[in-house]
Design a protein. Structure first.
Lengths: 109, 115
């Protein structure tokens, strides 16, 4: 099956700093999503982005499908951005998503 | 627009017991998938239901079974619980498999502790 690697595993930032999270995947995909998991466990959709670039407020994401990686950018980070960020992929668009191990982000005031 | 709802939110079971978890998909969605997330790990796909049939299955034993009802809601059953089944169980809903642009949405999860 597809392998998904996320880096870095842990990231500590000061409030206001910018960050880039990376997701590498081992095969072509038809679905790629970024999620934020809050401290209570809920996975919140950030982006559906199998290719191209999208922006939503302080967050943006880019997927370069031909090179099999995706980047999530967080600008002007806030303490509420803390949590675990997951990248998940699906080769055939059947939604049996394969998740990476996540990046744990801590934003300090 | 109702999102994905799961119940119960927390439960404690004893080894060897059986548990049933429930999920209602997001309005307009007809496909339900279940995931298991152990502490410190990413979610792992258990299985997916569409048109009341199991369509895909991850690497989980037969102790894990499910059901989908005509209203698209779903249940996850786990028999003969053991300590390693302690995890967050997540339900995800989506449009039918293979649909282009198919975004999945997760519920808040059910925290299962086996003692």
């Amino acid at each position: 099956g597809i392998q998904v690697e996320q880096s870095p595993p842990d990231l500590i930032l000061q409030e206001g700093a910018n960050s880039t999270l990376r997701c590498n995947f081992s095969d072509s995909v038809n679905n790629l999503q970024w999620f934020h998991q809050n401290p209570w466990g809920q996975l919140i959709n950030l982006f559906y982005i199998p290719s191209g670039t999208k922006q939503n407020g302080r967050l943006s994401a880019t997927t370069v499908a031909t090179e099999r990686y995706s980047l999530l950018y967080i600008s002007s980070s806030q303490t509420t951005d803390s949590g675990v960020y997951f990248c998940a992929v699906d080769k055939y668009n059947n939604n049996d998503m394969r998740f990476g191990a996540g990046t744990r982000l801590t934003v300090k005031p | 627009d109702a999102g994905v709802t799961q119940s119960p939110t927390h439960l404690i079971k004893t080894r060897g017991q059986q548990v049933t978890l429930r999920c209602s998909p997001k309005s307009g969605h007809d496909t339900v998938s279940w995931y298991q997330q152990a502490l410190g790990q990413g979610p792992q796909f258990i299985f997916q239901y569409y048109e009341e049939e199991e369509r895909q299955r991850g690497n989980f034993p037969d102790r894990f079974s499910g059901h989908q009802f005509p209203n698209y809601s779903s249940e996850l059953n786990v028999n003969a619980l053991w300590l390693g089944d302690s995890a967050l169980y997540l339900c995800a809903s989506s449009l039918r498999p293979g649909e282009a642009g198919n975004t999945i949405y997760f519920g808040e999860g059910s925290w299962l502790t086996v003692v």
